[in-house]
Design a binder for this molecule. Structure first.
Ligand SMILES: [Zn+2]
Length: 401
């Protein structure tokens, strides 16, 4: 028997099937996730566990929330997003929606980010029922995380109304089972530069939207270039400061027409102790005080508008808080909890419903979003064992305070 099949055999019964089944649903964010949610609801229902679905406006997607154990006590929330990033244009060696096991790894879209974690949680449901839980477990699954933590906000609205909210949460994003207590926040904007068209032989008659956009983009670069010197700096992050970045840009119709419209988007990823607003205001100030007057000198109908895109707050759960100490104890991890540059829903749970969260899950973010995404079987085992220790604790003891 190869090492990988031995490791797979050591996996809990049911875990492998759950992972295979969850990955088989193509829950790319543009698609509905209802089939997966129905599957999970049916699975939980087979154990007599009721769940609540919180749909999006169209009814085509849903969050799921279920509590196992005493409903009148705040418990531990295990949370994951059900959507995955697209595989379009990626050179996959196998079918991304059909798990393949090889070399001690499970390959497939979402194996690391983050259906592996969800499979571990669901596979632990029988243990949750074996002995009465003194402290409840809440399972929270969301949609549209990958496009800006959009879906979970509806679930947060519902949580806000509940008489009892979770005491703490674990967001199972892939961190190689390391405990993460802080991450950066993010906010994006779309900028529309409305110029005036003219024949390119008479550029003075027009307002060149592409050139104005280029000037604004250069200013965004200037703002960013000052950050490493000005700070704040936190060397616990791979990029130890806030960043600004310009993404897609589109403008102009033909070379012989002065472009009347140029649109681009940019984002700020900020340390949790900062906000994105300070950076945004610098961009707006330059637009309003330097560029718009220039544009108006030709045509007062021209202008620059900003539209906020999706964003999420940073996460900064106190290092000495009960949730961090508790999870560290269960992980038998004595390292200082880490900080990551990528985001999660954890900050939203903290900011909007006051549920302190950490991020901790199987697999590596380096494999997420890539072709041939995979999770090490050993990582799933670690997560499985960690959840086992968590449940044993919740079945015998109270939560630390
Ligand atoms: Zn994720």
């Amino acid at each position: 028997m190869s090492t990988s099949s031995r490791e797979a055999c050591n996996l809990a019964p049911g875990l492998k099937k759950l992972l295979y089944d969850l990955v088989s649903f193509d829950t790319t964010s543009r698609n509905s996730n209802l089939e997966l949610i129905d599957y999970v609801a049916q699975y939980l229902g087979s154990f007599g566990i009721a769940c609540r679905r919180v749909h999006d406006e169209s009814g085509g997607k849903a969050n799921l929330y279920a509590t196992i154990g005493p409903e009148n006590l705040p418990g531990v929330m295990l949370s994951g997003h059900t959507d995955v990033v697209p595989v379009d244009g990626q050179p996959w060696s196998t079918d991304p929606f059909s798990v393949m096991m090889q070399d001690g790894r499970f390959f497939g879209r979402g194996t690391a980010d983050m259906k592996g974690f969800i499979a571990c949680v669901l596979a632990r449901v029988p243990q949750m029922l074996e002995k009465p839980l003194q402290v409840p477990v809440h399972i929270a699954l969301s949609y549209d995380e990958e496009i800006g933590c959009i879906g979970v906000r509806r679930l947060l609205d519902v949580l806000q109304q509940l008489p009892v909210k979770p005491a703490m949460g674990i967001i199972g994003e892939p961190t190689s089972m390391k405990i993460i207590h802080a991450h950066k926040g993010k906010q994006g904007w779309r900028v529309s530069v409305h110029g005036r068209a003219a024949h390119s032989a008479y550029p003075v008659e027009g307002v060149n939207a592409v050139e104005i956009a280029a000037e604004l983009i250069c200013h965004i670069r200037r703002i960013y270039s000052a950050v490493p010197e000005k700070g704040p700096i936190d060397n616990a992050y791979r990029v130890p400061h806030s960043t600004l970045h310009v993404g897609p840009i589109e403008g102009g119709r033909a070379l012989n027409i002065v472009p009347d419209l140029c649109e681009f988007s940019f984002e700020v990823r900020h340390l949790p102790e900062e906000t994105s607003q300070g950076y945004f205001q610098q961009v707006v100030k330059y637009a309003e005080e330097v560029l718009v007057p220039l544009m108006h000198s030709v045509d007062p109908q021209t202008g620059i508008s900003f539209e906020a895109l999706a964003g999420y707050p940073g996460l900064c759960t106190v290092q000495d808080s009960p949730v961090v100490r508790f999870i560290q104890m269960l992980l038998e991890d004595t390292d200082v909890p880490g900080k990551i540059s990528f985001g999660s829903e954890a900050g939203l749970f903290g900011e909007q419903v006051d549920v302190p969260c950490v991020v901790c899950g199987p697999g590596s973010i380096l494999q997420a979003h890539r072709p041939d995404e995979y999770v090490d079987i050993a990582q799933l085992s670690d997560c499985w064992n960690f959840l086992g220790r968590l449940l044993t604790h919740l079945q015998t003891k109270a939560l630390p305070v």
